[in-house]
Design a protein around this ligand. Structure first.
Ligand code: COA
Length: 215
């Protein structure tokens, strides 16, 4: 699923089930030492997907520590992103020769709870979702908006080291499988306020992606 919405210079791997905890590196085990079972499984399989994806760009298996505010610390010369939700885990990586940052996010293909929507979307975005819903009622457009904003944060944070609020990006979703975002705050490390990404709904899940190429 995730590979369908990434450019060819990004490698990815995904799993619809989980792999054994023994696949973790010893250095990674303390990161989930006190975690509940669900969290352990998603972390382990997310790391496994990351190493599968890294192998596809010629990077030998290595630990992927947790950095500032939970962002993965990728092996030198690479950037990437991890996502997991019920029944799905994925990772995407690229060489820093090709990419500045990557953000991916997966979600169950279900409507967002009403109270969440009002916290993550502006009135303009909500009006856009209504129009999309009128044209195609089969797609949970609100969930795609939420996921797009998670992908934006996963690109934004590793570059800037700063928090980005849901109100600080204005997203327009295109029914064709793309979205555009305008950042309402600037940071020199981002270099741009305009982002574009892709989305896909498939088999009970939705996914979004942003791959920022190196100019
Ligand atoms: C961090 C966040 C984006 C993760 O998204 P999520 O849908 O909750 O969970 P996902 O399973 O898709 O992603 C989790 C993975 O994201 C990665 N991640 C966590 N924090 C991160 C950060 N600061 N930067 C980049 N990646 C991060 C990790 O790899 C994590 O998995 P791991 O802990 O097993 O390594 C989300 O929890 C969050 O804090 N959002 C608030 C900020 C935001 O989205 N702002 C909107 C801006 S428009």
């Amino acid at each position: 699923m995730i590979g369908e919405i990434l450019p060819p210079w990004v490698a990815s791997a995904e799993k619809f089930g989980d792999v054994p905890e023994e696949t973790l590196f010893p250095e990674e085990r303390p990161l989930i030492a006190r975690a509940i079972d669900r969290r352990r499984r998603e972390f382990v399989t997310g790391r496994h997907c990351a190493r599968l994806a890294l192998a596809r760009i010629g990077v030998a298996p290595a630990p992927i520590p947790r950095g500032e505010r939970g962002a993965p610390v990728w092996p030198g010369g690479t950037v990437g992103s991890i996502t997991h939700c019920s029944g799905y885990r994925a990772a995407a990586v690229a060489s820093t020769d090709d990419a500045r940052a990557i953000g991916i996010d997966a979600e169950p293909h279900e409507p967002l709870p009403e109270e969440v929507l009002s916290m993550i979307a502006s009135p303009e975005e909500i009006a856009g979702l209504r129009a999309l819903g009128d044209a195609d009622g089969e797609v949970c457009w609100d969930r795609i908006l939420f996921s797009a904003k998670e992908s934006i944060y996963k690109v934004w944070f590793p570059l800037t080291g700063r928090w980005l609020d849901f109100s600080e990006a204005a997203v327009v979703i295109e029914p064709s499988g793309t979205f555009r975002a305008r950042l309402l705050v600037s940071d020199p490390a981002m270099g741009t306020r305009a982002l574009s990404g892709r989305w896909l709904a498939s088999d009970g899940h939705i996914a979004t992606s942003i791959a920022l190429p190196r100019p």
